[in-house]
Design a binder for this molecule. Structure first.
Ligand SMILES: C[S@@+](CC[C@H](N)C(=O)[O-])C[C@H]1O[C@@H](n2cnc3c(N)ncnc32)[C@H](O)[C@@H]1O
Length: 248
């Protein structure tokens, strides 16, 4: 092709490319607008649904998002989570009753989950800055961090209590409150946890544990510690009992 004809051809192609780019930009902008519109609608619907959930929660006095998170975690790790729903208020208050809010020293909570027992402890007068929460589920940890910003959150395995807390606690703990599904663990592991908890506390301080099972999760006749039990809390799903162990 002669040179002038080639230049003319290039200019023509160049024009067509620019036209195509112009059209492409137009289409991209149109798609962008549609996506933003869709996102606005989706967020609006999401907010409406959330509002309705909040209203339902207020009316029924429950937290549905906690229930949903709990069920999801339970499906993923049933033996670790150990319950399908968070503890109800009455069970949480029964646990908190065994902790003296006027005592001194940290109050350690093992397996706080979404925090119903933590909330009951705070309601009972325990200063949130005294709380040391040991939880290893990362999504529960996120919730706890936002709900109890003054508490110390330790993301880790509560069965390694000695390693986790030995150097962290500057004075003996006033109480250890446990929501761990203890009975899913071998007896030796449970007893080691109790011994480690006692080592963090002064004699007489309570190790508070709830269980759905009929019997005490720690053998009553071993000696070395006293055992006390609450009435069965029937208003919990499933009904549960609180056991309190104290080093004698
Ligand atoms: C039965 S749920 C109780 C949750 C909460 N205390 C309540 O009463 O709703 C057990 C909790 O213990 C936590 N957990 C289980 N094993 C644990 C471990 N080894 N270390 C720390 N947390 C653990 C689970 O993630 C869950 O949050």
């Amino acid at each position: 092709m002669p040179l002038p004809a080639l230049r003319k051809f290039e200019r023509k192609i160049g024009r067509q490319i620019r036209l195509l780019e112009f059209r492409k930009n137009l289409i991209e902008r149109k798609i962008g607008r549609q996506i933003r519109l869709f996102e606005q609608k989706r967020d609006g619907i999401g907010r409406k649904i959330e509002q309705q959930i909040r209203q339902f929660e207020l009316k029924k006095g429950i937290r549905l998002d906690d229930e949903v998170r709990f069920i999801r975690s339970w499906i993923e790790r049933p033996l670790t989570v150990g319950a399908v729903t968070p503890s109800g208020k009455i069970l949480a208050r029964t646990m908190a009753r065994y902790v003296d809010p006027n005592s001194t020293g940290p109050v350690v909570e093992l397996g706080p989950g979404t925090g119903p027992v933590t909330e009951a402890l705070v309601e009972a007068g325990v200063d949130p800055s005294r709380l040391v929460l040991v939880e290893f589920n990362p999504s529960f940890c996120r919730i706890l961090r936002s709900r109890f910003p003054e508490a110390t959150l330790v993301q880790g395995d509560a069965y390694s209590l000695r390693r986790l807390l030995q150097t962290m606690l500057l004075q003996p703990a006033a109480a250890v409150v446990s929501g761990l599904p203890l009975i899913t663990k071998p007896l030796t592991t449970r007893l080691r946890l109790l011994r480690d908890a006692f080592d963090l506390m002064l004699p007489g301080a309570p190790f508070v544990q709830f269980t759905y099972s009929v019997a005490s999760p720690l053998p009553k006749r071993l000696g070395g510690f006293s055992v006390e039990a609450s009435e069965r809390v029937w208003m919990n799903i499933p009904p549960a009992r609180v056991w309190v162990y104290r080093k004698t």
